[in-house]
Design a protein around this ligand. Structure first.
Ligand code: DON
Length: 303
């Protein structure tokens, strides 16, 4: 497969959509990003990377970090995570509060904010340094030792994080937070602020295409666990648009409000696309269209 030619075709096909939608506005540091950026990369399971457009430009990784913290907790934990967070689509926006009270403080899945806060809480309990453990993992898998948090984004998240405070304190009231809430939130805000580019992300996510095997050949997840993470990405990774994303793209995927999306074809490749204009559900307009074109042109999807 000539991935470079496919990416160039995809970029040309979606060019009219780049700039559609609106960058996330609820975090000022994200609202300032140029909506006309577009980058896309693919890595095969051996780590050969191709890219197009702004694929080497760093952006704020945001909710995509939820995939990596979940994988780390599954790898390091005691196997009881799923007692504290579910694995069903929520059908609600990623920062919704309403379901939590009906469901006794157990979030529907690890990819909505409430679920990700539970996962970060567990990672903090397991390691004593959730954000540091995440950054070390991302550096190792991407081969980029220069990866860093963006303090401006982290501070902006914290200053405008009232919803996340509400979610975390509510879960604490239900007994579903182990650590001090303020500490969990601090790690979560910094976690979201990691700056990476499409190249870094396709390499960092590669263990999901390699059935749990890391870049250095060691195993992070069992084959079953890698399947489980991919399955939850497929059903819950793009929030209340997960059904439409599966229909259009046909791959496990995870989006973030910076306008980035990763997608995984187990056994074959990982994809990352970035374009900051979001649709009403918080997914990149040009990004979803580009992934849709990629699987259509290549005929390579899990279906
Ligand atoms: O929790 C938040 O609001 C963000 N820092 C992460 C949001 C995000 O990317 C979720 N989804 N699109």
């Amino acid at each position: 497969m000539d991935y470079q030619a496919v990416l160039e075709q995809v970029a040309a096909d979606v060019a009219p959509l780049v700039g559609s939608g609106r960058p996330a506005e609820y975090i000022p540091a994200l609202a300032a990003v140029d909506p006309y950026r577009f980058g896309m990369a693919v890595a095969d399971v051996d780590g050969e990377v191709h890219g197009v457009g702004d694929w080497q430009e760093p952006f704020s990784v945001q909710s995509i970090t939820k995939v990596f913290t979940l994988a780390l907790v599954l790898a390091l934990g005691t196997g009881d995570l799923w007692k504290y967070v579910g694995r069903e689509p929520s059908g609600n926006p990623f920062n919704s509060l309403v379901q939590l009270e009906y469901e006794n403080g157990i979030p529907r899945n690890p990819f909505i904010n409430a679920g990700a806060l539970v996962v970060t809480d567990r990672l903090q309990a397991l390691t004593g340094d959730a954000r540091g453990t995440l950054l070390e993992f991302l550096r190792a898998e991407s081969g980029n030792d220069g990866l860093e948090f963006d303090p401006v984004v982290a501070e902006s998240e914290s200053a405008h994080g009232d919803r996340n405070f509400a979610l975390a304190y509510f879960m604490a009231s239900c007994g579903n937070m182990r650590g001090p809430v303020s500490r969990v939130l601090e790690h979560y805000f910094w976690q979201c602020s990691v700056a990476m580019n499409c190249r870094d992300l396709v390499l960092a996510a590669r263990f999901l295409a390699r059935h749990g095997v890391r870049a250095d050949g060691s195993r992070l997840l069992t084959r079953s666990e890698a399947k489980q993470v991919n399955a939850v990405m497929l059903t819950c990774g793009t929030y209340d648009a997960a059904g439409d994303f599966a229909y259009r793209v046909g791959l496990p995927g995870k989006s973030g409000v910076g306008g980035e999306i990763i997608a995984v074809m187990p056994g074959q490749y990982t994809l990352c696309v970035w374009s900051p204009g979001l649709d009403a559900r918080g997914n990149s307009v040009a990004g979803v269209a580009a992934l849709d074109r990629f699987t259509t042109l290549t005929g390579l999807s899990v279906f």
